[in-house]
Design a protein. Sequence first.
Length: 259
Amino acid sequence: MTKIQCKAKIKDNSRLAEGVFSMWLEAQEIAGQAVPGQFISLYCQDGDRLLPRPISLCEIHKEKGLLRLVYRVVGTGTEEFSRMHPGEEIRVLGPLGNGFPMQEAKSRGAVLIGGGIGIPPLLQLSKELEGEVTVVVGYRNSDTFLLEELQTAADHVVIATEDGSIGTKGNVIDAMRENHVQGDVIYSCGPTPMLRGVKAWGLTQGIPAWLSMEERMACGIGACLGCVCQSTEVDDHSMVKNKRVCKDGPVFLSTEVEL
């Protein structure tokens, strides 16, 4: 798969929830190669911010050459993106990362688990998986995003909120237990504490879990080693190896990494 750097035209950039925005980009060559679970890096126009911002792909429209990003404003870079308008161009690099191994769920029941800004990558995955799909999503409160689209794409959607305003009060693991969620394979994306719980739940249930790590990245291509995570593999000297989230991942089998 070839990494492509290009100027992508913004087709839409709108607010979905408090601090959460949806951006559609026209990037024909990247869209033609991209798969669920991958990400692209966006470059700021401000020259003082040299490092790109990695953002996961929410939707991929290969025929129209469009990519959808759903991102949270967390700093000056994403704040700049939120102020951009349709017709403007932004420099992007992608597709990056390995994506979810969808062949693992062929003709099997898949459980997709997302928390916060780890929810967007699950939408395209829900659309492309062939078997029965159950999506479990965790929000802070009733100010949700992508919920209706996920309910259309998946067979079942289970919701958890921290304040209990909708769905199960608690986290995604609480919601799965309350709703007796079952499946044959897990795909998950979200903050590390959530992934740690998903890994433990998968091991308890005897279900393989594929985790998309949300480490803070810098270069996005594996050169700077700013996003390493600890691997369960060891070398000849019994020293633990590290994996680069942006280059070796961001998706790993749960048993391959320490959380």
